[in-house]
Design a binder for this molecule. Sequence first.
Ligand code: 5GP
Ligand code: ZN
Length: 141
Amino acid sequence: MSDDCIFCAIVDGEIPSRTVYEDEETLAFLDANPLAPGHVLVIPKTHHERLNDLPEALSGAVLDALYQLVSPVETAIEADGTTVAFNNGAAAGQEVPHVHGHIIPRFEGDGGGPIHAITGSRPELSDEELDSIAEDIAGRA
Ligand code: 5GP
Ligand code: ZN
């Protein structure tokens, strides 16, 4: 629990939420300012700022909860699909510093973009640069 965290306050019941799923480790509720009807947030019940900070065991629980929810959300909202994503860190647009996965219902022709639309431009990378980046990441994973 972090003292001034909105999502910890939701877990503690101090701030109300429209809960749609709960298990021992995770909670899911409707986003208060939804991008589409049925926009759901999935959080671990304990406070961790970014995905990188989650204990490994909890990462599975969060993915499980997302998995449990995508079909119910799509069916309830009669959506054609969902965008499932994390804003991971302030630079990526994360405003609430408590890990949360978004499930955003999508509809054919809804005018929204794919995840590929989130950066301003694409970098031009040579084969050598790509090889070096892949090697660097693989060496740390
Ligand atoms: P972020 O930009 O950090 O990925 O997204 C935070 C999300 O939390 C936003 O979509 C925002 O609408 C939602 N949110 C912020 N405060 C509250 C709240 O008190 N209750 C609920 N249900 N959602 C919230
Ligand atoms: Zn928190």
